[in-house]
Design a protein around this ligand. Sequence first.
Ligand SMILES: NC(=O)c1ccc[n+]([C@@H]2O[C@H](COP(=O)([O-])OP(=O)(O)OC[C@H]3O[C@@H](n4cnc5c(N)ncnc54)[C@H](OP(=O)(O)O)[C@@H]3O)[C@@H](O)[C@H]2O)c1
Length: 268
Amino acid sequence: MNFAGRRVLITGASSGIGRALADAVANRGGVLCLAARDSFRLLRAAEEVAARHPDQPRPLAWPCDVTDRPAVGRLVAECRDHLGGVDVLFNNAGNCVYGPLERTGADDISAVLAVNFLGAVNCVLEVLPVMRQQGAGHIVNIGSVAALHGVPYLAAYSASKAALAAMAQSLRAEIHGSGITVATAYVDYTATNIFTAEKKVGGAVRPHGPYAPAAKVAAAVIRAVERGKQDFAITTRGRALGLVRVLTPGIVERYMNRLADELRAEEE
Ligand SMILES: NC(=O)c1ccc[n+]([C@@H]2O[C@H](COP(=O)([O-])OP(=O)(O)OC[C@H]3O[C@@H](n4cnc5c(N)ncnc54)[C@H](OP(=O)(O)O)[C@@H]3O)[C@@H](O)[C@H]2O)c1
């Protein structure tokens, strides 16, 4: 898989990992369509990518809320009309709510599932007919290590990312042989705006880092996609978690219990 000349649609491209993916794709000669809700921040991101890569076609910037299926349909139509199709979809738009499940409102839980899972499903359903017509395409989900084992204070987020990963595996089997691939990156803590944008329930306090730079995470995701990886963690910690939870699940349980105790103590 080579990004040169590929038409790449990235959701949540105005900030953080999505913004860094846009730069990494432009570096490799990909043709970009960037989407997010806030048009001002989105246009600024597109301008910055264009300024950094004057030799590349200007990225298309199309404001879109991924929870709005008709709006996602218009986004994909825009890619088809202006770029001629979509070769790669990065399902990256995401949000989070942080705090104990018992004190998290149903609306906040729904809002996380609506973007991280159903929003990604909307994008997949709109892009698939285009990719099927092309006879080729790549769907890449920006998942999380929290999908490997539910993390305390991140119940809704962990569930949304586990749902995303499972959806990708089901879809991969359903469309095998179609020329369309489906991948999920199990991303670890990354320094982005998600931690300031998220709602913190009560006095919940996030543990301190370490947080990887978004550019480093994006570069690792792109390299894995180029190598044709399907379900992949990009950090040693993520890979270790994947292994340990299968081989000795008790260790992971004990680690999560200790983390929950620490988070509760931090609040009190
Ligand atoms: N940061 C981490 O530690 C980490 C770890 C694992 C996985 N991830 C995943 O990485 C992805 C990117 O997150 P990030 O950390 O880079 O956070 P971020 O900096 O807050 O970026 C989130 C992006 O998603 C967009 N967005 C949010 N809701 C949207 C919606 N309904 N429709 C369209 N776009 C929407 C935001 O723009 P607007 O608000 O303008 O729409 C923004 O561009 C997420 O899926 C996140 O779960 C992050």
